[in-house]
Design a protein around this ligand. Sequence first.
Ligand code: AMP
Length: 278
Amino acid sequence: MQIATTIEDVRRVRWADPAQTWGLVPTMGMLHEGHLSLVRRARADNDCVGVSIFVNPIQFDRRADLDAYPRQLRRDCELLQAEGVDLVWTPAEDEMYPPGFQTYVALDAISQVLEGAARPGHFRGVTTVVAKLFNVFQPTRAYFGQKDAQQAAVIQQMVRDLAFNLDVVVCPIVREPDGLAMSSRNVRLAPDERAAALVLYRALTAARDEWEQGKRDGDRLRATMRAIVESEPLARLDYVSAADPVTLAEITGPADRALLSMAVFFGDVRLIDNMILQ
Ligand code: AMP
């Protein structure tokens, strides 16, 4: 496994044999089974696999969240080596954003709802860094998790709009045995918050049960999730949503498919989760 920091090194490894297909898994490190599921899918689909590890400062809307973001580069590299990854790219911040940097990629409507409304500037940071990762790496395929449902939708939109020459592959959410979606932020939960965090999955499954009983009204689905989250004293609800999975517009009245999603604070740790119903 090679470890590259500079753009030049990445390009040299990536184009050593132009006939080989490459899968790229962009991450912010602190890897867990959710990330590794993407790596395994990339390993199965491509000749070579690259993983980028970069805690992207411009996608954090809260400085405290950036500062508190956990990091463990050495352990991440061990995990990736064991998965047969070919190239790990750990760019330095001033290589991604050199002095004088002034070009950003920003999407309209799809990036302004849900996470975009709750975290101003977040998706502008995500799409800018992902566009740069794509330009440097030029992968055949790029892998993202359904865990960040809106991020996956936004990136697919960007790839269509700007004609990036690659396929986006979206992989299912990996959960802990008790249902909590795996996240690098979970390690920051105190034990009582970790127990309380199960409320996200409970709320989603309760709404799914209603959906399966034919109760498919958007307002009702949101009310069900809201009531369950609000019944948990350690949880502070940021938003709940029942939206169209492609446009992300909120569902009013009955629907035949839905993306249920929510963001909930436990102390200063903000967790997101979602479920697709059809
Ligand atoms: P992050 O390091 O949090 O930016 O995540 C990197 C990639 O891993 C993103 O595409 C995430 O959606 C994906 N990911 C994170 N957690 C999970 C999970 N529990 N299941 C599936 N994919 C995940």
